[in-house]
Design a binder for this molecule. Structure first.
Ligand SMILES: [Fe+2]
Length: 375
């Protein structure tokens, strides 16, 4: 038998035994670099809000459980989410409404976009949510929502659904009728709410003491002051202050990232596409895609990603690209190439590093009183 026919026989018999030779098409077992299944995508705030308001008229929250729209990436199958790991959702709770409690193994957070005075009830204890607050719901925490005020409240939900699905570790539970919460469940020292005012003060401290980072501007990472780590184990969250006319240097990283501008306006450039953004738009950037943030006026940009999980798995990488991204049609920021004063990357912004040299939460400088750390 010739060598080739012997191998043909080997492969045929191996396939019948559900065995695949690693040496054939090795790159399909171990890709040389990330190849994200999702694409750059954007959800405009006005469109999302309009649809949520219609849902508010026709879908009572007691029927919906949660009145939520999930931002579904156009290149992913239904129910896959916003990126291959993350869900970004927008939720509306009208005055007087209550969303009943449940719990699940997904970690979640809320970032309040509009309105104040709603509550999230964590293990039976109400936590008031005001505009701009970042509020965590750790995995397997009972949580319901209530809006005792007189204004509609709209917020961003961030979840690690797809991470749990990868592990096939998703559990969801409704409360038993006799559910009783022991006080110690909520009386731990864990920080549940990160007010915007505290994050802003940490950013202002950075602005006063540190040059803006060429990629991220002045950026603060949400850090649990008790642990020095991300408030949730899979997702990292950040808030950036971008000076007027900021023209971000091109950058890529292995964490798929969702940007949600809170104030200001600008554009995201990625893969030759230019996406203008304004407050509360949602933009999803796939892994390892070079992109840059520009802004026309001073802007505040929230973002979250799966970086926390990747750092724990020791696979997170970033790369600051020397060559500029082609700026097709960037008239929105023409003449505003101002990154004046952004020479170099300061230690305080903590993002100086080469690919594979992660700056994790453990060594980030604590820059604020809100549990925020400069990253
Ligand atoms: Fe939930």
């Amino acid at each position: 038998m010739s060598e080739s026919s012997a191998l043909d026989t080997l492969y045929r018999e191996a396939a019948a035994a559900h065995l695949q030779p690693l040496w054939v098409e090795t790159h399909r077992f171990v890709p040389r670099q990330p190849a994200p299944p999702n694409v750059l995508a954007q959800w405009k705030a006005s469109a999302v809000k309009d649809l949520l308001e219609v849902a508010g008229e026709h879908m009572p929250v007691e029927h919906a459980d949660r009145r939520v729209f999930v931002c579904t990436n156009p290149n992913l199958p239904p129910f896959s989410g916003t990126t291959q790991t993350l869900y970004a959702c927008v939720q509306l709770l009208l005055p007087g409404e209550k969303a009943p409690p449940h719990r699940h193994t997904q970690s979640a957070f809320r970032l309040i976009l509009e309105g104040s005075g709603a509550q999230t009830i964590l293990n039976g204890a109400p936590v008031t949510m005001n505009q701009g607050d970042f509020v965590i719901t750790p995995a397997w925490t009972w949580h319901g929502h209530a809006n005792p005020g007189n204004q509609s409240v709209l917020w961003l939900d961030g979840l690690d659904n797809a991470v749990m699905r990868l592990f096939d570790a998703t559990f969801f539970e409704l409360p038993p009728p006799d559910l009783h919460h022991d006080a110690p469940e909520r009386s731990s020292a864990r920080q549940w709410v990160y007010p915007l005012a505290s994050m802003r003060s940490a950013l202002e401290h950075l602005r006063a003491t540190t040059p803006a980072d060429p990629v991220h501007g002045w950026r603060v990472r949400y850090i649990d002051p008790q642990t020095g780590r991300d408030p949730l184990p899979t997702m990292a969250a950040f808030i950036s202050l971008l000076p007027s006319g900021f023209r971000g240097a091109p950058y890529r990283s292995t964490d798929s990232t969702v940007y949600v501008p809170l104030e200001g306006q600008g554009e995201l450039i990625c893969g030759g596409e230019r996406m203008p953004w304004g407050p509360h738009d949602i933009l999803a950037v796939p892994t390892w895609q070079a992109h840059q943030l520009n802004c026309d006026s001073e802007s505040l940009v929230f973002s979250f990603s799966d970086r926390a999980a990747q750092e724990r798995l020791e696979c997170w990488r970033e790369e600051r690209l020397a060559d500029d991204i082609k700026r097709a049609g960037t008239s929105g920021t023409s003449g505003t190439t101002g990154t004046t004063g952004t020479t170099g990357v300061s230690d305080a912004t903590g993002t100086a590093g080469t690919a594979g040299n992660a700056d994790n939460a453990d060594n980030a400088d604590n820059a604020g009183s809100a549990g925020g750390s400069a990253v």
